[in-house]
Design a binder for this molecule. Structure first.
Ligand code: AMP
Length: 112
């Protein structure tokens, strides 16, 4: 499949890996928006959060189980933000479900 995040998960495109398990892969965003900016993705291809179903929700649960581990390893004990963009109006640029984990400083209150 011609999906950049699938290629990263397979190792066809290099990434700065932060975490990996059977269902989840996490790596540093190439264009960080905060001192710490990770992307946490299910290994299975899901187009966006709009495509989460009962059948694929196990991979999503695994992502949310990994996020606190990644945040703890990054020293984000004072808090952080998790964001997912969906579709055109959400400004989603990569059509493989991913969660941005941002932290390392006080983040702006506004998100839109
Ligand atoms: P979104 O706009 O929510 O779809 O987020 C896609 C994110 O992927 C952006 O923050 C990009 O900086 C990031 N990104 C795109 N290509 C790569 C890559 N090869 N390695 C790491 N991050 C990437």
């Amino acid at each position: 499949m011609d999906c950049i995040f699938c290629k990263i998960i397979r190792g066809d495109i290099p990434s700065q890996k932060l975490y990996e398990d059977e269902l989840v892969y996490a790596f540093r965003d190439i264009n960080p928006q905060a001192p710490f900016h990770a992307l946490v993705v299910p290994k299975t291809h899901i187009g966006s959060a709009d495509e989460i179903t009962v059948d694929n929700s196990g991979a999503v649960a695994a992502v949310f189980t990994a996020i606190p581990k990644i945040a703890k390893a990054a020293g984000l004990g004072n808090g952080y933000r998790v964001i997912t963009n969906i579709g055109e109006d959400g400004c989603q640029s990569v059509k493989h479900l991913h969660f941005h984990v941002l932290g390392g400083r006080k983040l702006p209150e506004t998100m839109a």
